[in-house]
Write a protein of this length. Sequence first.
Length: 228
Amino acid sequence: MKTKLFPFILFIICVFTINHGSAQERYIQGIVTTFDSITIVGADVFVKSSKEVVKTDTLGHFQVKVAPEDKIKISAKGFQGRTVKLEENTKIVAVNLNLKPGDKAREYAIGYGYVKDGERLNALAQMTSDDVDFSQYTNMYDLIRGRFAGVQVQSNGEIIIRGINSINMSSAALIIVDGMQVDNTILNSLVPTQVKSVNIIKDGSAAIYGSRGANGVVIIETKKGKDE
């Protein structure tokens, strides 16, 4: 009886081993952008475990094979690279790269073909805590007023990016903090030293934020624990 069962048991073990090995193969998909909406073409995506490098496609998308709790590093000339730690259940990754300070970075981004629409890129402005010491500003209004040309701060706290468009309707820019739409009054309680970056979108790129984006968008990213 044992002799007859042995081949069957061996078969079950082989099948389990094969399936278990296959289950270890894991792929993730992702997209790489800048200013939260402009896709980056040809960015390098480096997988730490396998040392594999793939490039983002014409839509900024990528797919890579990873190990459990792996890390990927995304880089492109003219941009500040980012390393992303993958959790066990991570399937999709959205990575936003900050443009390095200075006009040279924009030239790289456009000239190397990472950003297809140079006009859109030049309609954006960015400042990070790596570029400027935010602690020199007492509040967010002073920071925005002092560092972004043409951007106005009204007495009621509204941020005006594209000028006064209407007497009856608000011309205030949309405020986004850590991916969430907020009222401009949050800037009263937000301390500059808690901020990692400020992005200003002035043109049609803001359309992804709906009708309110027509007045421009202020995108603020605050510091997380690892950024302190």
